[in-house]
Design a protein around this ligand. Structure first.
Ligand code: 8Y4
Length: 271
């Protein structure tokens, strides 16, 4: 899943998307690189970000959805929590909803249910503006697993078939480094939800914490997590770096096809 941010404050691409044409070119380039989904977002969810109005989000996102849906064969995802933005993007050709609030905003469940779009349900503790202010969990893996199960159930009650749903632990969303690491180490437990698993770590601040790297130097860290996540069974990787991520994942997949397994003794002990 290639990331296409159309926010004025996009952390890395700030100032680079001077226009609609630049964003369209970036989307087409990610398709050329092999992206299977393009995720278009007009609301910044970075820690501390301000809310945007529905009108502003529609104005940023819908023309790009329309242009990319017309010019590419890949599914177009709209990264939004607002029902009106979902409806407008779906009308414009989007076939996937990526909602960091997991359809908890007013009208969002109904907007999704009225479509046949795929849906990513993501876990977030709190709201972007304040979520990184002392996030606390009893057991983050259990909390995330329970939350995602509750949202899957809410979708099913609204008439959304479970085969339309993808789940995501929301790395960095109301989580400290130890929470992010515990979740990434526990992907098998999240796979128990029996839904495809999406993981997004591209350029996130966990790499500042672990490596001390600024945002432009986090590619290797992101690839390492993409590789381990796919080895652990993740289905979709959300990334700014489509070509590099596909190369890394292709190698892992080829090795697995050739019999690569995490070494275990006869007693099942990890070596
Ligand atoms: C530096 C780089 C600092 C990136 C912050 C960030 C996810 C997502 C985002 C995710 C799903 C971000 C919209 C946050 N992350 N959607 N969206 N999963 N499903 N922050 O992990 O990239 S935006």
């Amino acid at each position: 899943m290639g990331i296409l941010n159309v926010t004025p404050d996009s952390f890395f691409d700030a100032g680079r998307f001077s226009s609609f044409d630049d964003a369209l070119a970036r989307g087409l380039a990610m398709v050329e690189e092999g992206a299977g989904i393009i995720d278009i977002g007009g609301e910044s969810t970075r820690p501390g970000a301000r809310a945007v109005t529905e009108e502003e989000e529609v104005r940023r996102v819908v023309p790009l959805v329309e242009a990319l849906a017309a010019r590419t064969g890949v599914p177009i995802s709209v990264d939004t929590s607002k029902a009106a933005v979902m409806r407008a993007a779906l009308r414009a050709g989007a076939t996937f909803i990526n909602d960091v609030r997991a359809l908890r905003e007013a009208g969002a469940l109904d907007a999704a249910a009225a479509s046949d779009a795929g849906i990513c349900l993501m876990h977030m503790q709190g709201e972007p503006r304040t979520m990184q202010v002392e996030p606390v969990y009893d057991d983050v893996v259990v909390d995330v697993q329970r939350f995602l199960l509750e949202r899957i159930t809410a979708c099913e009650s609204a008439g959304i078939a479970s085969d339309r749903i993808v789940v995501d632990p929301g790395i960095g969303f109301g989580k400290r480094i130890e929470h992010n690491m515990q979740l990434l180490a526990a992907l098998p437990q999240l796979l128990e939800l029996r839904r495809p698993l999406l993981i997004g770590v591209s350029r996130k601040s966990m790499f500042a914490t672990l490596l001390g790297r600024p945002v432009g130097e986090r590619l290797a860290g992101g690839l390492a997590v993409a590789v381990t996540s796919v080895l652990a069974g993740a289905h979709i990787v959300r990334t700014h770096d489509v070509a590099a991520t596909i190369d890394a994942v292709k190698i892992v997949t080829a090795l697995r096809t050739s019999g690569y397994r995490i070494a275990e003794t006869d007693e099942g002990e990890r070596l």
